[in-house]
Design a protein around this ligand. Structure first.
Ligand SMILES: Cc1ncc(C[n+]2csc(CCOP(=O)(O)OP(=O)(O)O)c2C)c(N)n1
Ligand SMILES: [Mg+2]
Length: 486
């Protein structure tokens, strides 16, 4: 059973609170954020010496780190990118569902990539570079550690890009057959010209990424490689962050000032068969751990739909409600839909019910989390790439099995979901406006638009700008299979 967190004390003197908040506003306006921070720290020190229990911990409010007014506009074509993402979603689902239809129990995962598709697509379209032009010549590009069981999404995109064939996709998890196949998870030995790093044993990705970033700095600091803004990206699960290997070297990354390192933790609140933290809040917990280790933390919790409500919330009641809920409740809201969100989340306070009175249940059910909002994801990535002097972690809140509806969205069983019936597949097509012919749903076939389709041109252009698709690894000729660099 769910147990609410201990709630914050009531505001016993709202007039006094208002005076303090107005004073803070004035300080920020006249002295700027640094002056405000100084005063808050002084107050905290003074309070501690007088025996007031510490109010300011290592966590910040349960809000996005980047406020909407600091966001940069999205640099790409949102509509075309959404169409591409929908096609990637479709082929990834079709690959796993087909494999299990013809070979019952062969496995594979749908719901992990369903939750992280936007994170990867923004990276693929705008960030991951194959190489970096430099005054000394072309230098090595970014390195990306992909979350292991999100592999169907990477295969699906490589298929759209023309780097993998339909035969590859049909042989997902059958890489040892004669025909070309695909390994279940990132496996540089079995697929030497595709995967750069093995990651699926949870904890390998994060610790290896830290030492990789450190080695890259070592090469630069000793003049063995020119200094560039090359980045090491690691895409990780929130459950994965519980592994000792995931946390064990965090301090080293900070001590070494690895600002070439970016962790993206997909906080879908779920692990293999249940919640990561049903009775508390994994994002806040991870923030405390990373901030405690001196990392730069970017929280990406709420999608743009929430900005309007937060702007209208002058009393701070909405933020308070956000803080009161535990992850198990947030998971429940996604399973039960808009009417439940209205009665259970907003319904706790009459003022919050008023705040959403003009919105339908459907609109409430569809309010997006930050990790599904390309604008927010772009801004988090952009800020991370510009950070100097410390590694960055992005804590992105998402929904496990996003778009799978009753077949598994946010359900405890979703991690193991490998099958979807025709009706569920049809709903998926509808939900994401997947630009595929209707019969594709009945036959569970793969779909790649013709070469001259706008989506394909967009893909080719984005790859040309980044100077490589990802993942990609130049393999020694003797071990190279049939992949070609685009
Ligand atoms: C060391 C290790 N233990 C167990 C597993 C089996 N396993 C695969 S995925 C998974 C849960 C992953 O949860 P999370 O990291 O939150 O990823 P999500 O799928 O939710 O994105 C587990 C336990 C593993 N891959 N590695
Ligand atoms: Mg998870």
């Amino acid at each position: 059973m769910l147990r609410n967190k201990v709630e914050k004390p009531e505001d016993l003197n709202p007039v006094e609170t208002r005076e303090w908040l107005d004073a803070l506003d004035q300080v920020i306006e006249e002295g700027g954020p640094d002056r405000a921070r100084y005063l808050l720290e002084r107050l905290a020190i003074d309070a501690a010496t007088k025996g007031v229990p510490a109010a300011l911990g290592v966590t910040t409010p349960y809000l996005n780190t980047i406020p909407p007014e600091e966001e940069l506009p999205y640099p790409g074509d949102r509509d075309l990118e959404r169409r591409i993402k929908s096609l990637v979603r479709w082929n990834a689902v079709a690959m796993v569902v087909r494999a299990n239809k013809y070979d019952d129990g062969i496995g594979g995962h749908i719901s992990t990539f369903a939750s992280s598709a936007t994170l990867y697509e923004v990276g693929m379209n705008h960030f991951f570079r194959g190489s970096i032009p430099h005054e000394t010549g072309i230098q090595p590009g970014d390195l990306v550690y992909f979350q292991g069981h999100a592999s169907p999404g990477m295969y699906s995109r490589a298929f759209l890009e023309g780097r993998l064939s339909e035969e590859h996709l049909k042989n997902f998890r059958h890489e040892l057959r004669d025909t070309p196949g695909l390994s279940s998870y990132p496996h540089p030995w079995l697929m030497p010209d595709f995967w750069q790093f093995p990651t699926v044993s949870m904890g390998l990705g994060p610790i290896n990424a830290i030492y990789q970033a450190r080695f890259c700095k070592y090469l630069e600091n000793r003049g063995l490689l020119p200094k560039t803004d090359r980045k090491i990206w690691a895409f990780l699960g929130d459950g994965e962050m519980d592994e000792p290997e995931s946390r064990g070297a965090l301090q080293i990354a900070a001590n070494e000032r690895l600002d070439n390192l970016i962790f993206v933790v997909n906080c879908n609140l779920q692990r293999l068969d249940g919640p990561v933290r049903g009775n508390s809040n994994i994002i806040q917990e991870l923030e405390g751990i990373f901030r405690g280790a001196q990392w730069n933390v970017i929280k990406l919790i709420w999608g743009s739909d929430w900005d309007r409500l937060l702007a209208k919330d002058t009393t701070g009641l909405l933020i308070r409600r956000m803080h009161e809920c535990v992850d198990g409740e947030f998971q429940n809201y996604k399973v039960r839909g808009g009417a439940y969100v209205r009665s259970e989340f907003f319904g706790k306070y009459p003022e919050l019910l008023d705040l959403v009175s003009g919105m339908s249940d459907e609109q409430l059910g569809n309010m997006r989390r930050g990790g599904h909002d390309p604008l927010k994801v772009f801004n988090a990535f952009k800020r991370a790439t510009g950070n100097i002097g410390a590694p960055t972690v992005i804590l992105a809140k998402t929904v496990k099995g996003y778009g799978m509806g009753e077949a598994g969205e946010s359900r405890n069983t979703t991690h193991q979901q490998k099958k979807m019936n025709e009706q569920e597949l049809a709903k998926l097509r509808e939900r994401f406006n997947v630009p595929i012919p209707e019969e594709t749903v009945h036959t569970v076939s793969f779909y790649r638009p013709p070469d001259d389709a706008p989506e394909m041109e967009y893909l080719r252009d984005a790859i040309a700008v980044r100077r490589s698709a990802a993942p990609y690894r130049p393999a020694p000729p003797s071990r190279s299979a049939c992949l070609s660099r685009r």
